[in-house]
Write a protein that binds this ligand. Structure first.
Ligand SMILES: Nc1ncnc2c1ncn2[C@@H]1O[C@H](COP(=O)(O)OP(=O)(O)O)[C@@H](O)[C@H]1O
Ligand SMILES: [Mg+2]
Length: 378
């Protein structure tokens, strides 16, 4: 049977972002009750900001849910009044979104999720089932193509394991600080943040779930993004902590799923789509990358990995096929050299394909309703 110790050990994975102490050491864990049916616990918050409380609450629910064989998990919020719809700590955006609205003071507290970047109009995640399919390439060129329309665009590299975006954009600059906030680095007209800009390339960081969660929060709330039309998130592959965290801290406008034609056969991409659907994140559509190979000599297209894979997947899920991007040597070189294809050869067919993708994404964002509702994870 489940022991109190197991519960406390799991909860020790959650740290207070200010003191960096775990919530058990801080004495926030109260009224722990373990029985055959499951576990019930109260988080007795002290002065934490509403967003921190919401994060800790959802992390606790999630971490406890991961204990093998656990039954019902009930995490209550205690210690002080429930976060009011517009309550905000200094330095936090004043605008609250989601189900905190209209909740009476002192009502049983659902986690109040505050949009940490209220000045950003549209948020788009670029994700995939597995790595190496061209997510970062798509994220970078999509962001640049959106910028090309005159929109203001930010790009957050959430892939802490392989932060390729700074390299792809040819930037090594360290972000500056102003007024205790990080100033994003500018690259080809984009505002950029990546862990790759903050830590030494060779530094081995072992990222645990809670660290990824607080990293993503920091990328949003501790960075001076200002008003932006679009924020693009380059995600790590799969269905891991980054996807979960991002969709919890932000009402994501939608996700673009990148796949190669042959990967459609794999379970990973379906799992990834299924996860976003469960998290209530609209699937904007599929990007089939490395669709065909355009011969630089004769111009003929060859479907090396087969064709129609992306279209099949799109049909299966009832979402649009947003783009089919050919395998193009210059796209690879552009990524390696820090001048993405949309900047390097703006007149090329590939750059045009990315501009079409940007138009399709913009249309879909409008169609699915811009700011979606926040997912509830419990
Ligand atoms: N359409 C394409 N044509 C040629 N090379 C590509 C294309 N898309 C991606 N690549 C190259 O494939 C490699 C993996 O792409 P990347 O965007 O890093 O994938 P991911 O982010 O999914 O791991 C990179 O070297 C990139 O330049
Ligand atoms: Mg990548």
């Amino acid at each position: 049977m489940l022991t109190e110790q197991q519960v406390l050990d799991a909860l020790r994975g959650i740290r207070d972002p200010d003191s960096q102490k775990d919530i058990v050491a801080l004495g926030l864990v109260r009224d722990l009750a373990v029985d055959a049916g499951g576990v019930s616990v109260t988080l007795a918050f002290t002065g934490q900001a509403p967003a921190t409380k919401a994060t800790m609450h959802s992390m606790a629910t999630r971490l406890l849910g991961q204990i093998p064989g656990i039954g019902r998990v009930q995490v209550k919020m205690g210690g002080g009044p429930a976060p009011a719809p517009h309550a905000h700590a200094p330095g936090q955006p004043a605008q609250a979104h989601g189900h905190a609205h209209g909740q009476p003071q002192g009502a049983p507290a659902a986690p109040a999720q505050v949009n940490l970047i209220p000045e950003v109009r549209h948020t788009v995640a670029v994700s995939s089932g597995k790595g190496g399919v061209g997510k970062s390439t798509v994220a970078v060129n999509l962001a640049l193509a959106l910028r090309k329309t005159g929109a203001t665009v930010g790009l957050i590299d959430t892939d802490v394991y392989g932060p390729d975006v700074p390299l792809m954009l040819g930037t090594r600059g360290k972000p500056g600080m102003f007024d205790n906030k990080i100033i994003p680095v500018e690259a080809h007209g984009l505002k950029l943040m990546s862990i790759g800009l903050l830590v030494n390339e060779r530094e081995a960081v072992v990222w645990r779930g809670p660290m990824i969660h607080s990293f993503i929060q920091q990328m949003l709330k501790d960075v001076m993004w200002g008003a932006l039309d679009f924020m693009v998130f380059d995600m790590p592959p799969g269905t891991g902590d980054a996807q979960l965290s991002l969709s919890q801290v932000l009402p994501l406008g939608g996700v673009v799923m990148v796949t190669t034609p042959q990967d459609v056969a794999l379970l990973d991409v379906r799992k990834a789509i299924g996860m976003f659907q469960r998290l209530n994140v609209p699937i904007l559509g599929i990007v089939e990358n490395m669709s065909t190979f355009a011969c630089p000599h004769c111009g003929q297209h060859t479907a090396i990995f087969g064709d129609a894979g992306g279209g099949r997947l799109a049909d299966e899920y009832g979402v649009p096929l947003l783009a089919r991007l050919p395998l193009d040597p210059e796209t690879r070189v552009g990524g390696d050299e820090g001048t993405p294809i949309t900047v390097r050869r703006p007149d090329s067919a590939q750059a045009r394909a990315f501009r079409d993708l940007a138009a399709a994404v913009t249309m879909r964002l409008d169609e699915v309703g811009g700011l979606g509702s926040l997912p509830k994870i419990s």
